[in-house]
Design a protein around this ligand. Structure first.
Ligand code: FHN
Length: 465
């Protein structure tokens, strides 16, 4: 009787959610995301303990792949994971850092390929509550902090690849670089035959069992236990079946407004947006779909103690503006330490970006792609206002003659000014609509200077250069 009542309630609830999802159009679901333009990716897990070094050897490639790259046996990895104790974890501080940097959403790895869940889970004991000395759910307080500070929260979930929950897939990396084991050739022969697995325990269940026993119930937990979720970020679909993808996709009805990416299963589960990784697409590659470039600040997603190869704030600000000028979003990664802190270099970058965004953020948020494509000297974004259009010109290079020539704009210029200090800028308009902007002698912002030009009326989506 009790079971029947629960089943009826569940059917009614799921039915309502499905209805709600059907009622929201894609444009409605994507509205905040298109406005946001800038988010924080967080790759955090027990791989931050070895931080790139295993048995005294630095393991090549990205830090969160250490178990796979070093072919660490499940038991050894799980023993190491028990010590995970992020006592310095302060989710509110994380959220504030993201917010102060001008980011509008956070996507965090709820479970990466190593199978370790940052949340309490009935479906797998390999989770922070049951398996570690820390013993507390890490996502709950993050969800609360996000809610408190008005930051949207998304969960990354590695749905197919899982190296610690038997039955999960394992992509085989082709180079042996970084393997500490002298038997690496033997291991490679083994992984070749065993579809990327290197420990017999990984094959004690089928993929279907893994999907039904771990992935589906965990995604259900994520979609029910943490309040409103903005994004579900799937990853590495290799080995996915249509059947598995359908089961996971059906769960999204639990969060009617949720946005998902294109990595559930290719090609027939396109999700809401594309995910170019570590690169900004060329204009010619864009087909009008929504997209989000995800990128590391240094060379790794998960923390590696010795990777100091950080991009400069100048480069990252330029990336953000380049992406916005092409109509995309920027999801910039931070890989916290095992103790729960952001690396000092990441904090510095976030602060510098935040300082720039406070003054120039209007040239990024809620903007549309440039009607001109790319200028050799910089980028453009645009925003429709009540009475016209604001055009934002970002200057990668300060022209030697101090003049910017913008062709083909028939709209009348109302005003032009520097966002850096609000000072007015002189413009002249020729009969053919070409605008010439006369710049001050010195570039006021070494990171990136933006000029806002307000014009009457709408500006065409495409203008020839
Ligand atoms: O294998 C992962 C990698 O560790 C990282 O999570 C990135 C982020 O987009 N996704 C995969 C590679 O595409």
């Amino acid at each position: 009787m009790k079971r029947t009542i629960i089943a009826i309630l569940l059917t009614v609830f799921l039915g309502q959610s499905l209805l709600a999802q059907e009622m929201l159009t894609k444009d409605e679901r994507m509205a905040w995301w298109r406005e946001a333009r800038f988010g924080m990716f967080i790759h955090w897990g027990v791989y931050a303990i070895p931080a790139g070094t295993w048995n005294g050897r630095q393991i090549g490639n990205i830090g969160e792949w250490i178990m796979n790259r070093a072919k660490i046996p499940m038991m050894d990895y799980q023993n190491m994971a028990k010590e995970f104790n992020p006592v310095k974890y302060d989710p509110e501080a994380w959220v504030k850092m993201a917010k102060d940097a001008g980011m509008k959403y956070i996507v965090i790895t709820s479970k990466h390929h190593d199978g370790f869940a940052l949340f309490d889970s009935e479906a797998s004991k390999f989770n922070v509550v049951d398996h570690t000395v820390y013993g507390k759910d890490l996502l709950k307080p993050l969800a609360e902090a996000c809610k408190k500070h008005g930051i949207k929260l998304g969960f990354y979930y590695s749905q197919a690849q899982d190296w610690n929950n038997p039955g999960g897939t394992a992509i085989r990396r082709l180079t042996k670089e970084g393997w500490p084991n002298p038997d690496s050739v033997i291991i490679d022969a083994y992984t070749k035959e065993h579809k990327g697995h290197w420990d017999w325990r990984q094959e004690t269940k089928t993929f279907e069992q893994y999907i039904d026993d771990v992935a589906v119930p965990q995604v259900r937990e994520l979609l029910t236990n943490y309040g409103d979720l903005a994004v579900l970020w799937w990853d590495t679909p290799s080995g996915m079946t249509d059947e598995a993808a359908e089961k996971l996709q059906a769960l999204l009805a639990l969060q009617p407004a949720i946005i998902t990416n294109d990595r559930l299963k290719r090609p027939n589960f396109p999700g809401d947006h594309k995910t170019p990784e570590q690169r900004i697409p060329n204009l010619a590659d864009l087909d009008g779909s929504d997209w989000e470039t995800c990128m590391t600040m240094n060379g790794t997603w998960g923390y590696k103690s010795y990777d100091k190869n950080y991009k400069t704030p100048r480069t990252l600000i330029r990336n953000l503006v380049d992406i916005a000028s092409k109509g995309g979003n920027f999801l910039l990664n931070v890989g916290p330490t095992a103790e729960g802190e952001f690396p000092a270099e990441s904090i510095e970058i976030l602060e510098a970006m935040g300082k720039w965004m406070k003054i120039n953020g209007e040239s990024v948020y809620g903007t549309k792609a440039s009607p001109w494509g790319l200028f050799p000297w910089g980028r453009c974004t645009r925003k429709e206002t009540k009475n016209g259009t604001s055009l934002y010109f970002s200057l990668y290079e300060w022209p030697a003659d101090g003049k910017l020539v913008i062709p083909g704009l028939s709209a009348r210029v109302v005003s032009a000014r520097l966002l850096a200090d609000g000072s007015k800028i002189k413009t002249t308009t020729a009969k053919n609509g070409t605008i010439t902007i006369t710049l001050p002698q010195n570039d006021p912002d070494p990171l990136l200077t933006v000029i806002r030009v307000d014009v009457r009326g709408k500006v065409a989506d495409k203008i020839a250069q």
